[in-house]
Design a protein. Structure first.
Length: 391
């Protein structure tokens, strides 16, 4: 069996890592790894491959930044010849970024079935580009690998046959559990002169929060109020930097802006924080496992299991609500919860088990749709670091 796995942006890298680890434990499966280059900064891309022990990509499309239309079209244009040449049995896409939907569309039009990892998540807000990407990718994928119960419910509501839906758990949590001990060795707290449980962490990057100057100024004012009680560390996403530089008042607050961090440093930073404020989907999930109170600065979430667990609170973008929720969270005792179902570090193994036993792949070979795959670099999976062994 020949799998082609696509990654394009920082959230993707934590999702493909456990798949590549699991492939190394299995024989008879060739891997082509494609990096679309949607995120290309070293701290947003290359460093993650190194720290997570992900094999070096076989193909880097080098797409770079651009509008949604330009980026999606460019990924489709550049991935097509790769798919024609390599002719994988399955294209695996993860998450909800532009690279996800672009590669899925291109593959299915070439007759190559697609597996979508993290399928079925819905915010029910179609003003979010990610929601459009999720809906389209799920509609055309053969295998829908679901991370939480809401995904199964949503897909059934949309009329998807049960045979295409597979509740396997969360690959991002596979990565977190495998890397947590290694992350504890990080010196980031010493480097930033922070004491455990005596600071908060903020991340913001969504256009609805960052691109509207009035909204962003209100969010920063709320953070300034919370920072009077606890220092705030704010790793700045590239798209957030320009917005921050326009608010002169931030220079006098207790909000500390730092460069983006690699995965291990960031995991250590979050794991030892008192509170997290974010608009990130993945961070809602990670704080649920870490037992860290999370305030989601959005009006909705596609990950309702994190709210059900009691670790995540939707507070929207109203500064007063944010401050009130922040003060309540800082007074809370440490959170202890049972992890959501299948968030146990075995999601990648379940995914590959499903694909290995798939009747769809058997039919493809019986019909000789797929030619033998012999291309440079396909003889086994390479590792980026021989020293790293995931647990």
């Amino acid at each position: 069996m020949h799998l082609l796995i696509v990654a394009g942006a920082r959230p993707n890298f934590m999702k493909i890592a456990p798949l590549t680890w699991e492939l190394e434990r299995r024989s008879g499966i060739a891997l082509t790894l494609v990096h679309t280059g949607q995120h290309y900064d070293r701290k947003m891309s290359e460093l993650f491959f190194e720290q997570l022990g992900i094999p070096a990509p076989d193909v880097n499309l080098g797409v770079g930044s651009g509008s949604h239309a330009v980026q999606t079209a460019e990924v489709m244009r550049r991935i097509e010849p790769v798919l024609v040449e390599r002719r994988p049995d399955v294209v695996i896409v993860v998450g909800d970024v532009n690279s996800t939907v672009a590669c899925a569309l291109t593959a299915v039009k070439l007759g190559i079935p697609v597996a979508h990892v993290e399928a079925g998540l819905r915010s029910f807000d179609r003003s979010m580009p990610e929601e459009i990407n999720r809906l389209l990718t799920d509609a055309i994928s053969e295998w829908l690998f679901v991370s939480e119960p809401s995904g199964v419910t949503n897909l059934h509501r949309e009329g998807v046959p049960s045979t295409r839906i597979h509740f396997v758990g969360n690959v991002m949590i596979d990565t977190l559990l495998a890397m947590r001990d290694l992350a504890e060795r990080s010196l980031v707290l010493d480097q930033l002169e922070l004491a455990s449980q005596e600071y908060a962490v903020v991340t913001l990057h969504r256009p609805s929060n960052v691109d509207d100057s009035a909204v962003f100024s209100g969010l920063m004012a709320a953070l300034g109020e919370i920072a009077k009680l606890v220092p705030i560390v704010f790793p700045i996403h590239p798209r957030t930097r320009a917005a921050v530089e326009q608010i002169a008042a931030l220079k006098s607050t207790n909000v500390r802006f730092i460069e983006p961090l690699g995965y291990l440093d960031f995991l250590k930073l979050v794991a030892h924080s008192k509170l997290v404020l974010t608009d990130s989907g993945g961070l809602q999930e990670e704080t649920t496992i870490l037992g860290i109170p999370c305030l989601t600065l959005r009006e909705n979430t596609e990950r309702p299991v994190t709210v059900d667990q009691g670790t995540n609170t939707l507070v929207g973008m109203n500064p007063v609500r944010i401050v009130e929720a922040g003060l309540r969270s800082l007074r809370r005792s440490p959170i202890s919860t049972v992890p959501p179902q299948y968030w146990d570090g075995q999601a990648a193994a379940r995914i590959l088990d499903v694909l290995a036993g798939s009747a769809t792949l058997v039919r493809r070979h019986d019909n000789e749709v797929s030619a033998p795959h012999t291309h440079p670099g396909s003889n086994g999976v390479r590792r980026a670091s021989a020293e790293f062994t995931p647990t």
